[in-house]
Design a protein around this ligand. Sequence first.
Ligand SMILES: CC(C)=CCNc1ncnc2c1ncn2[C@@H]1O[C@H](COP(=O)(O)O)[C@@H](O)[C@H]1O
Ligand SMILES: [Zn+2]
Length: 347
Amino acid sequence: MAEQFYKDLPKVELHAHLNGSISSTTTEKLITKKPHLSDQHNMTVISRGQKRTLEECFEMFKIIHQLTVSDEDVFVVTKDVVKEFAADGVKYIELRSTPREEKSTGMTKKSYVSSVLEAIKQCKNEGVDIDVRFLLAIDRRNGPTIAMETVKLAEEFFRSSDGVVVGLDLSGNPAVGDGKNFIAPLQAGRNLGLKLALHLAEIPNQNEESEMLLSIPPDRIGHGTFLHPEVGGSQRLVDTVKKYRIPLELCFSSNVKSQTISSYDQHHFHYWYNLGHPCVVCTDDKGVFGTDLSLEYQITASTFNLSKTQIWDLSYQSINCIFAPESVKSDLKRRWNELKPGLFTQD
Ligand SMILES: CC(C)=CCNc1ncnc2c1ncn2[C@@H]1O[C@H](COP(=O)(O)O)[C@@H](O)[C@H]1O
Ligand SMILES: [Zn+2]
């Protein structure tokens, strides 16, 4: 568990996959309804000190997805995940999820998104202290035709969700499919006013793909682990990211536990932070990687010897990277400034 300062620190979460964020308490709740999956429980979390390969991590999602097969499941999971982030001191979150259909329960991609949005609405009505937005995710393994359908669905909800749906994500196993196939649907989304958060350079040797995706350009980058020349990326890629000042969503536990980074001190946070480039600390999959956002901030501080003031600034600067409008950014900044004195008089 993270130290109290990191819990109390008001935080913004910008990279959280819904099905990767399910806590073990919620998993138990779902398993009670699906006893045939009871022996899969330990298969959905990577405990402390454990590591898996990236491929093994993606196998875990196959199990998790069997737990969320109905609108009711999706609703329950969303409510729990939102409340857990709020309890961890997250004041603003952009959740992302891949709309899925399930014939056996009648869940459609549209009802999937509606269930997520209904849960978000209920949390708001119950007074849960967190502003929640949503990105529809495109899974690369499903190809460009499905991607275009997702863009259409996103457009529908973008118009009808009162500002909750703000954009699109590109994710899924980076070793599957070619990123360039998604340029057209992503560009179409961008032209509609949807913001783009793209997983990029999550694994090595994808410079060409990264270059293509950066040419759109995206509004935020997920991971960007292999962009800089020291790890096989290129100065050109770095220069493009710098030119557009595209924020990076950085996920320490995820990268170390899925072994794209060998240890915390090797994390590319170091490279980009020292350039003064916008970096946002995120969880990725808090359920799968057994973490929460306060722990990720604590890991950042202890690995790179950052002071509490530097950590505060990191959290405050993250507000500039959200997809909600400027007025929301100003409100959050006011909130942060109100909370600041209480946080710095604790010790
Ligand atoms: C598995 C692993 C190494 C995780 C970290 N890196 C990731 N890279 C790319 N896509 C991801 C990652 N984590 C989660 N996802 C995406 O999020 C999905 C789960 O959340 P959801 O069903 O979209 O609600 C996964 O099926 C996958 O498409
Ligand atoms: Zn991710």
